[in-house]
Design a protein around this ligand. Structure first.
Ligand SMILES: Cc1cc2nc3c(=O)[nH]c(=O)nc-3n(C[C@H](O)[C@H](O)[C@H](O)COP(=O)(O)OP(=O)(O)OC[C@H]3O[C@@H](n4cnc5c(N)ncnc54)[C@H](O)[C@@H]3O)c2cc1C
Length: 479
């Protein structure tokens, strides 16, 4: 934290001026210090996609290289400062923020190289998805990322090719003691196992190498239905889910229940993605078209176009506070449960009106076969059971955050109380879930790995795994 313009590292003890001068001298990247930097530059340095995730860091270092990362890690440990890593700054909560500590921001390390012959792409740790998808598209290739080209580890191609971690071939990791390690099946395989699902628990990843895939045009776009179609739409959810499996993962239907301007109550918007011809796509999704969408904007496009941000994915500029939570949705999909949740969402809109504009309940219908067929102990990610991801995203104006948080939790609790399985999807988690539940049967092995690579618990923001031994962590702060 800062006190009278000084960075306080421990109970009133300020960081020596000389230490800051040494830090600046030891890194090539830009160092932004609270109280010293221009206010506009400082605010931009701590900005986050979710405004509720902003915290006032003491120092932000825009690192330039592995050596800069090493210097930052030495610095924070010497002065006992809190530290976090930021890259796309797209966390749903405060995983890449720190109150008073140091942020290692990789946002300027965005170099990419494609090796078409061996179907690989190597990207620096600060890359956004768009940095990879744009050059891949030009070569007729794609790789597995999220549905928005800012971020993400599972998306439209997951049904066919698995999760991003299942397509990761190698990584370069700077661990807490400043070692720069290669991680792959051949080198430091235990670390490679840990980073595939264990997030930022083991170090700063400065480089990723992913497998790429040949990619043609796809059928893609939203269908918007009016609220009078809610019930009949829900009857199509389970058949459509089965169609995603029958398509060998080529079809994905991502559904949101929301209230777009002009609609009297909550209604469905679904995005169709089909990796094949328009004729096949229309045939397989015919029941959705026959239901009579008020708007249908699905056409053949380049793959990279599908992940470009839209007004719906971004939300209105006045409503950039997000409170998200999720639950698995067991199969076959329980439509009565979804009806109950939609009614609760309607009540939330009635109660809070404009404050919660563009909030939504969403679920992803895609083939789960590819990701579920991998043994849950093969990577740190335990949550591989074939259960649909169901998430509640409260988008609000920031005026009454705790009330919206209560609503979001109450709506998602309707599902959690009725579903089997404790596993949580960390990507759309709220940070408050129990860490042991996140990792299930892999938890004890992860604690041993943490003891090996981060015994001092330096990396403790994203679902922090306590090193094996006495220390234990139940949950982390959420909003
Ligand atoms: C609008 C939106 C859409 C999304 N869509 C999808 C989706 O389609 N599919 C999906 O799977 N997920 C999705 N997500 C979730 C997203 O993938 C996660 O929140 C992800 O962790 C964000 O990473 P980031 O680097 O952008 O965020 P940051 O906030 O910068 O970081 C998030 C966490 O990752 C750590 N971290 C970041 N970079 C590194 C690094 N190089 N080395 C080590 N640790 C690092 C940070 O310390 C922090 O703990 C979405 C999120 C949002 C907000």
């Amino acid at each position: 934290m800062t006190c009278n313009g000084r960075i306080v590292i421990q109970k009133g003890v300020p960081l020596p001026e000389a230490a800051l001068a040494n830090l600046k001298a030891s890194v090539k990247g830009e160092v932004v210090i609270k109280g010293e930097a221009d206010e506009v530059i400082y605010r931009a340095a701590i900005d986050r996609w979710n405004k509720a995730g902003i915290q006032e860091a003491g120092i932000v270092v825009f690192v330039d290289s592995e050596q800069d990362v090493v210097a930052c890690l030495k610095f924070v440990q010497e002065y006992d400062m809190d530290v976090t890593i930021a890259s796309g700054r797209h966390s749903y909560y405060k995983a890449s923020s720190t109150k008073g500590g140091l942020v290692i921001d990789l946002g300027r390390m965005r170099k990419v190289s494609i090796d078409k012959k061996s179907m690989k792409i190597t990207a620096q740790g600060g890359c956004k998805v768009v940095d990879l998808e744009t050059p891949l598209q030009k070569q007729g290739l794609s790789a597995v990322f999220g549905t928005i080209n800012d971020t993400g580890g599972s998306g439209y191609l997951t049904g066919q090719h698995g999760l991003i971690i299942d397509n990761l071939l190698a990584a370069k990791v700077v661990t807490a003691d400043g070692s720069v390690l290669e991680a792959s099946h051949e080198q430091n395989p235990d670390l490679f196992w840990g980073i595939r699902g264990g997030g930022s628990n083991f170090g700063v990843v400065t480089e990723f190498t992913y497998r790429t895939h040949n990619q043609g045009k796809v059928f893609f776009g939203p269908l918007v239905f009016t609220p009078d179609k809610n019930h009949r739409f829900l009857q199509l959810v389970e058949p459509m889910r089965q169609a995603t499996e029958a398509s060998n993962g080529k079809l994905a239907v991502f559904v949101s229940f929301t209230k777009v301007l002009g609609m009297p109550s909550v209604h469905p918007v679904c995005i169709i993605f089909y990796d094949g011809t328009e004729e096949e796509a229309r045939q397989i999704t015919a029941p959705l078209f026959e239901l009579g969408p008020a708007k249908a904007m699905a056409v053949m496009r380049d793959y990279a176009e599908c992940t470009a941000p839209t007004p719906m994915s971004e939300g209105p500029p006045t409503h950039q506070h997000y409170s998200a939570s999720n639950s698995p949705l067991n199969l076959p999909v329980d439509t009565a449960l979804l009806e109950e949740m939609i009614a609760a969402l309607d009540r939330m809109f009635e109660k809070y009106g404009d404050v919660v504009t563009a909030s939504r309940l969403f679920f992803e219908l895609r083939s789960y076969a590819k990701s579920a067929n991998i043994d849950p102990s093969a990577t740190a990610l335990r949550a591989r059971a074939p259960a649909v991801l169901l998430a509640m995203e409260g988008r609000h104006d920031g005026s009454i955050p705790s009330k919206i948080r209560t609503e979001v939790q109450a709506i998602i609790e309707i599902a959690r109380s009725k579903q089997k399985g404790r596993f949580i999807n960390a990507n759309i988690g709220d940070g408050s879930e129990k860490v042991a539940d996140m990792f299930g049967g892999n938890y004890e092995s992860l604690r041993q790995l943490k003891k090996k690579y981060d015994p001092g618990f330096v990396f403790n923001k994203w679902y922090p795994i306590p090193p094996a031994g006495d220390c234990s962590v139940q949950s982390i702060e959420s909003e």
